[in-house]
Design a protein around this ligand. Structure first.
Ligand code: RB5
Length: 142
């Protein structure tokens, strides 16, 4: 399942992304926010993380203005590996090397077309394991 979360600065892009998934007949869970009224991004990250961790196949897509706040907040949970990606290359490497389970997008700095390209790569790229698995294991020791 794909879990969508955003703050007010990510709301418009989140709606566009949701529309894309709807057209593709892909179900998403949208934990908010649901308007451009100012909110605090940690509240939506908390709700998103809870949903993402309900199933190991779940993936989160979180959007705020820069993506930075949501990425910091998401990674407070040791089971979340959130990656802020503004290029398809980063999205690919976030999966291959970091086994990211949350993609964070900078809503004020990329448009819908670019976001969709990044999302497609993120969702179709798999973890390489090997030396990267060793490194991810070490994350738990921090
Ligand atoms: C909201 O103005 C903005 O600070 C937020 O969306 C995000 O960019 C924080 O990191």
């Amino acid at each position: 399942m794909i879990i969508l979360a955003c703050d007010h600065a990510g709301y418009l892009l989140k709606e566009q992304i949701k529309e894309f998934f709807n057209k593709e007949n892909i179900t998403t869970i949208d934990v908010g926010t649901y308007s451009t009224e100012s909110v605090d991004y940690p509240d939506y990250v908390k709700a998103g993380n809870q949903k993402v961790l309900e199933n190991s196949n779940n993936v989160g897509i979180y959007i705020c203005g820069t993506g930075i706040g949501m990425c910091i907040a998401a990674n407070k949970n040791p089971k979340i590996r959130a990656a802020l990606c503004s290029t398809t290359n980063f999205a690919s490497l976030a999966r291959k090397h970091n086994n990211a389970n949350v993609l964070v997008l900078p809503g004020r700095y990329i448009n819908k077309a670019k976001a969709i390209r990044i999302i497609k790569i993120f969702l179709t790229t798999t973890f390489e394991g090997g030396r990267h698995a060793r490194r991810i294991k070490k994350l738990k020791e921090i």
